[in-house]
Ligand binder design. Structure first.
Ligand code: NIG
Ligand code: FE
Length: 417
């Protein structure tokens, strides 16, 4: 059901526009005290000063009313990189890493992603979708109104299809209260059956998976990493995906400096993600090519790795997005509050830049900047009301949830009394 809602008595804080905000523009937020947001049929019809709102609009429809009591209203957060749908869990690996194992050494001995692949192959699409609903309800509490969900734990036609079907169940559910965007990540690891035959596995993806999944996934992603899918394999796969009409993304330069950032720029990817070890040239190339740098500080934190160079991207005139990377391995967390804290404290991003990174730039990383990511007429009515009247509380209330109310397409999907 489409909702009409009036949110009054809020300070509207929002980036503006329908494309990624780059460089110093990432700090430019519009701030409107005593604001009103009028949502008609789930879409923002007016956002501005209450005194500027045309009186006839207020009586044109029947509305539900929300009084913001002077609090801050932000665009709904966009978590533009997650592995939301999977079978099983891997808590033992976390304990092994605490004892000195590395992420890649666990993967090389058949654990890691392959272990989730084994569990996922045993799961039905229904079970995986139900499990994802639990994570989604937690996300709504933290203000997320759009989430990207990757496949990549099936690694054969049947099981990748199953994961993509689970994602579709979620994106097709009108009562979920979350925009769900699907990404195909068949090239997440080389499955045991193809060990030592990486190029053949890429051939298999190109011929058997990409053509079949086109209607189920908007983007195609690859784990471009040393000893996983190196540059040539990644390039071949992404070119084929691009030709078939997928938007393309990369897990790039996460563990070592490989040139994933440069490859993303060369291929015109929507985003390159992780980038903990991106080269200076990768930063420059991505900024020039307009590739969004999606940075995932929770993963760096959980793996005890250095944080990605957010300031370098911003100073090069690039666009930075922030996302959680929620997954059962490297980063089993979807914490937006901790993401905000780490980005401000350790990546030296300003609070304004963090808001831009979690809203319009996350939207741009999903090719959705025309539909979501700002509080402006014509955008979807995805709005968060904070507990507080000032955005400085976002990192100051360290690692704690500042969200009071989450509104998706005009409908309240979370409210903390
Ligand atoms: O984004 N590095 C590759 N993929 C995921 C981790 C997946 C997993 O460990 O299950 C990531 O970190
Ligand atoms: Fe990831």
């Amino acid at each position: 059901m489409k909702v009409n809602r009036i949110i009054r008595n809020v300070t509207i804080v929002t980036p503006l526009g329908s494309e990624a905000r780059k460089g110093s523009d990432m700090s430019n937020l519009q701030i409107i005290p005593e604001g009103i947001i009028v949502i008609v049929d789930g879409i923002i019809e007016f956002a501005g000063k209450e005194t500027d709102c045309p009186g006839e609009l207020l009586s044109l429809h029947e509305y539900e009313y929300t009084d913001g009591e002077g609090r801050v209203a932000l665009p709904g957060f966009v978590d533009s990189h997650t592995h939301l749908v999977f079978g099983g869990y891997r808590p033992d690996e976390f304990a092994w890493r605490l004892n000195g194992d590395t992420y890649m050494s666990i993967m090389e001995r058949g654990g890691g992603i392959q272990s989730t692949v084994n569990a996922t192959r045993e799961c039905s699409a229904d079970d995986m979708a139900d499990k994802a609903r639990f994570f989604i309800s937690r996300m709504q509490e933290m203000g997320v109104t759009t989430v990207e969900a990757k496949s990549g734990y099936g690694l054969n036609v049947e099981s990748e299809l199953n994961q993509l079907k689970a994602i579709k169940q979620l994106s097709d559910d009108p009562d979920l209260g979350m925009n769900v965007v699907s990404t195909f990540l068949g090239a997440h690891a080389v499955p045991t059956e193809y060990k030592g035959r990486t190029a053949e596995y890429i051939d298999y993806i190109i011929s058997e998976m990409l053509p079949v999944f086109k209607d189920l996934a908007k983007c195609c992603d690859v784990f471009c990493e040393k000893n996983v899918f190196e540059l040539e394999d990644s390039r071949r796969l992404l070119k084929a995906a691009r030709e078939m009409g997928y938007a393309i993304k990369l897990h790039a330069d996460e563990i070592v400096t490989l040139g994933g950032g440069e490859l993303a720029a060369e291929l015109g990817a929507l985003s390159a993600d992780h980038l903990l070890h991106v080269s200076d040239k990768g930063v420059e190339d991505m900024a020039k090519a307009g590739v969004v740098a999606t940075l995932l500080p929770l993963t760096a934190f959980a793996l005890k790795e250095p944080y990605a160079p957010a300031r370098k991207f911003i100073e090069a005139g690039g666009a930075v997005a922030l996302a959680t990377d929620l997954n059962p391995g490297s980063c089993f967390s979807g914490s937006i509050p901790l993401t905000i804290a780490l980005a401000c404290i350790y990546m030296n991003m300003s609070i304004e830049e963090v808001i831009t990174a979690l809203t319009i730039n996350g939207a741009a990383a999903l090719g959705m900047a025309g539909e979501i990511g700002t509080i402006e007429k014509g955008k979807k009515g995805d709005i968060i009301i904070l507990e507080f009247d000032n955005i400085n509380y976002l990192p100051y209330y360290v690692g704690m949830n500042c969200v009071k109310t989450t509104i998706h397409a005009g409908k309240i999907v979370y409210n903390h009394n």
